[in-house]
Design a protein around this ligand. Structure first.
Ligand code: FES
Length: 150
């Protein structure tokens, strides 16, 4: 049975937006990227299964810890397609995030420290650069703020 047959368990895009706190435009974007799915009502309007709220919460949190949309798509692809994911399914995904969260914390600490120090970006514009990055030595290791990218 399609989820449109269970009208009380489906949500409009406005309802999903209100309940998830994510703008309708972002929901359409997620859908274009294949991260969430809807079916069309007879009117052509999108209808989402209630379980989409959990997927959206996952997407929002995954973005906050630094996963790209491609990575999020790969993670979501591991969920069962033939049934609503269980708590165990979700736990399996988020359980892999501990390492990622630790990496993100370390990045943020480096970022915070770098706010007042040379970050090896090649600008040589603050007084610390002459000591920390003489003649843009960091640039030999590659582009971008090399000391943030450690
Ligand atoms: S802050 Fe850019 S090279 Fe030092």
């Amino acid at each position: 049975m399609c989820f449109l047959c269970r009208m009380d368990s489906v949500l409009t895009i406005s309802q999903v937006s209100r309940r998830s706190g994510v703008a309708s435009s972002a929901l359409r974007f997620y859908e274009e990227r294949g991260l969430i799915a809807s079916e069309r009502a007879g009117s052509g309007h999108r209808r989402y299964p209630r379980s989409v709220l959990r997927r959206i919460a996952f997407i929002v949190f995954a973005q906050k810890i630094g996963l790209t949309l491609e990575e999020i798509g790969e993670e979501l692809a591991q969920l069962p397609a033939d049934r609503i994911p269980t708590r165990r399914d979700w736990a399996r995904l988020s359980g892999k995030w501990t390492k990622r969260i630790d990496q993100r914390i370390a990045e943020l600490k480096r970022l915070r420290a770098g706010l007042t120090q040379c970050i090896g970006c090649g600008c040589l514009s603050i007084d610390k650069c002459a000591l920390a990055n003489p003649a843009d030595r960091a640039g030999r290791k590659g582009p971008g703020p090399r000391y943030w990218l450690a």
